[in-house]
Design a protein around this ligand. Structure first.
Ligand code: PRX
Length: 639
């Protein structure tokens, strides 16, 4: 059985999976050889999780854009690569063929070179969902610069934190971005961020919303003006070592500030392409619509790199699912004849609230595969999606993965291995999950009552797309992912496994929240709240929310109780918005006199979590608290 071939059946999957585990090096070497290498690799894998030190295809030289673009030109030059659906449906959709995209990427790569960007430089990209965002990312990769895309919803402070951490001297942005009825003033947010970052040398600004902005002499240049100067450029794909960084993407953890997850040129490429093809079973000529933003890993892997590596047609949507009305996704499916729709449970749940009338008269017959990602999907949402969108005939791939994993890790394969509501099901070939107890011992025992094993989800063997480090601080990578359990990558998630080896992900077991599919660290939100004048200390936990999955509950101790609490709450959320972004705003803020602490001063989050969830009868043992009476008070005043 050749690993490269599409898996065709459950039996086939089993054979391929067994091979990937029994001889991983041979398995991945065969797959990796199908790419264009400027210098072929001779070594497949070196690894230990103690460093960690993981190297795939180490002595190979390649450029991912040669594999995304150049290699498709002979057969697919005139075929569509990117379809762009603008915010307003009445505006014309634009599209790029592979030949056009190739040229556009080379032109912008030349602009980057002209602005002084060199191989290895970090380039921050802060843009809306326009095709130029994909072009900017690919142009960085073309010349070997390391892109770091920052989601358009993050605040100026978050951007400067990231610019400083990555020591990025270049920024690519646009005047503004359209989102429904709003214009997001991206360039002015960048201007504010750069007040703290005078090391930034150049800002390249795309005109899009025509919002009036100010341009700083010698620092800011216009995208269009610079593109005009280069004409039809030819920029050869820079020779990159397989282990050279391709991009940094910041994500939240259980402690401290967001960390820069680093993905590499070779392994990430192989993983993004392999997972895209096997999971979605993309067929020639189909259109793939992933509704994520390129500011997140899902957009990197399944809007840009995965589809383009596979020579597929990928759709980029600028707007939001509820503009001009809540039927927008279905209008896009009908208009462009979308075949694969990949979205998040939170989007499904919010659209469920509008009922099913919106489907009347809409032709969704082009759909073949549906997908979900980002958080556990509840069965009700799964069935709604299955019946109303997939008309009970499209398989749903429930894809579990993370920023750190680069691509999908556990998922059914569309139409090939069975789907099952709320279950991500089987690990992809090459992925060796393991469930452990809190001491790191493997859990084997199936609970006879449930029929499942439960435990903390880890992975015991490397895969090509895994993170290699956290930018600028390798020890943090070790502490975050490899120190909890010896020789295991710890995901931070809990999971069930049944006797047939299917996984159901239950969600985070650490201090990371998942709000509308966005990952937010409780420590990050607490740090922001604590910066607010008048706040003594705070504790943040998550609680279940019908649409968002999880929402934020903040318990805050203030120095002065005389102020009106409504005003304090509003101010606190404004502080969070300023320091992180509106996505991290607290849904509930309870002003309390004290927090439940142990005698050693540790905040007992377990108790606060139960209070936030409304489980007041299941608070557990409170006798070890320094002052158990605070708990009663918090319970009485619970929001
Ligand atoms: O808790 C898991 C949840 O999202 C986390 C990863 O978040 P992030 O790095 O932002 O990446 C999101 C997109 C890949 C995981 O630790 N998660 C992701 N997909 C699923 C999921 N939980 C349950 N089921 C999923 N399919």
């Amino acid at each position: 059985m050749k690993p490269l071939q599409r898996i065709q059946s459950l039996e086939d999957y089993q054979r391929v999976y067994d091979y990937s585990v029994s001889d991983p090096e041979a398995f991945w070497a065969e797959i990796a050889q199908s790419f264009v290498w400027q210098k072929p690799f001779t070594q497949v894998l070196q690894w230990d999780f103690d460093g960690p030190n993981v190297r795939w295809f180490e002595d190979g030289v390649l450029n991912i854009t040669e594999n995304c673009l150049d290699r498709h030109l002979p057969q697919k030059g005139n075929q569509t690569a990117i379809v762009f659906e603008p915010n307003r449906p009445e505006e014309d959709a634009r599209s790029f063929t592979y030949a056009e995209l190739h040229q556009a990427v080379m032109n912008f790569a030349q602009v980057l070179l002209n602005q002084g960007v060199k191989k290895g430089d970090r380039v921050c990209v802060y843009m809306g969902m326009v095709p130029e965002l994909a072009i900017a990312v690919l142009a960085c990769a073309r010349i070997g610069a390391i892109h770091s895309v920052v989601f358009g919803g993050f605040s100026a402070q978050s951007i400067s934190d990231r610019l400083i951490d990555a020591n990025a001297h270049f920024v690519i942005t646009q005047d503004g971005a359209f989102r429904g009825n709003k214009v997001i003033p991206l360039k002015s947010v960048i201007d504010e961020a750069l007040l703290q970052c005078d090391f930034v040398q150049k800002v390249i600004v795309l005109t899009h919303t025509k919002t009036s902005i100010s341009m700083l002499k010698d620092r800011d240049v216009w995208w269009e003006v610079e593109i005009e100067k280069v004409g039809q450029a030819h920029v050869a794909p820079a020779p990159m070592n397989a282990e050279d960084p391709l991009f940094i993407l910041y994500t939240s953890g259980s402690t401290g500030k967001p960390k820069g997850v680093v993905h590499t040129c070779g392994g990430y490429m192989v993983w993004a392409n392999y997972t895209f093809e096997q999971v979605f079973q993309y067929q020639e000529g189909e259109l793939h619509f992933c509704t994520a933003d390129i500011g997140w890993i899902t957009g990197h892997s399944y809007i840009v790199y995965g589809p383009l590596l596979a020579g597929a047609k990928t759709l980029m949507f600028e707007g939001i699912p509820t503009f001009p009305d809540h039927g927008r996704f279905w209008d896009i499916v009908e208009k462009h004849k979308v075949n694969i729709l990949y979205t998040a449970p939170t989007a499904i749940r919010s659209l469920m609230g509008f009922g099913t009338d919106v489907f009347q008269g809409k032709d969704l017959s082009s759909l073949r595969v549906l997908g979900t990602v980002g958080e556990p999907i509840n069965e009700e949402a799964w069935h709604w999606y299955h019946v109303n969108v997939g008309k009970s005939r499209c398989p749903i791939v429930d894809t579990w993965w993370q920023t750190e994993t680069g691509g999908i890790m556990i998922s059914n394969l569309a139409g090939v291995t069975p789907d099952r509501p709320a279950w991500a099901t089987l690990p992809l070939p090459g992925i060796q999950p393991i469930l452990v107890d809190e001491h790191g011992n493997e859990n084997h025992e199936i609970n006879p009552e449930t029929g499942f094993v439960h435990g903390n989800l880890c992975v015991k063997f490397p895969w090509p797309g895994m993170l290699r480090t956290t930018y600028g601080d390798h020890s943090r990578c070790y502490t975050n992912y490899f120190a909890t359990y010896k020789n295991l990558y710890f995901t931070g998630d809990g999971a069930y496994r049944d006797a047939a080896g299917n996984y159901r992900i239950t969600g985070r077991v650490d201090d990371v929240l998942n709000v509308s599919g966005h990952r937010i660290g409780t420590a990050e939100v607490e740090n922001a709240i604590n910066r607010h004048l008048g706040v003594v200390e705070s504790a943040v936990v998550g609680y279940p929310h019908d649409i968002k999955g999880q929402a934020i509950y903040a318990f805050v101790v203030c120095s002065d109780h005389t102020h009106e609490s409504e005003m304090i709450r509003r101010d606190i959320n404004e502080t969070i918005t300023k320091l992180i972004g509106a996505i991290a705003k607290a849904d509930k803020i309870q002003i309390v006199k004290g927090l439940p602490k142990t005698r050693s001063g540790k905040i007992m989050r377990r108790i606060l979590r139960k209070i936030a969830e409304g489980e007041l009868d299941h608070l557990g043992d409170t006798s070890t608290l320094l002052d158990p009476s605070v708990v009663d008070e918090i319970c009485t005043e619970r929001l």
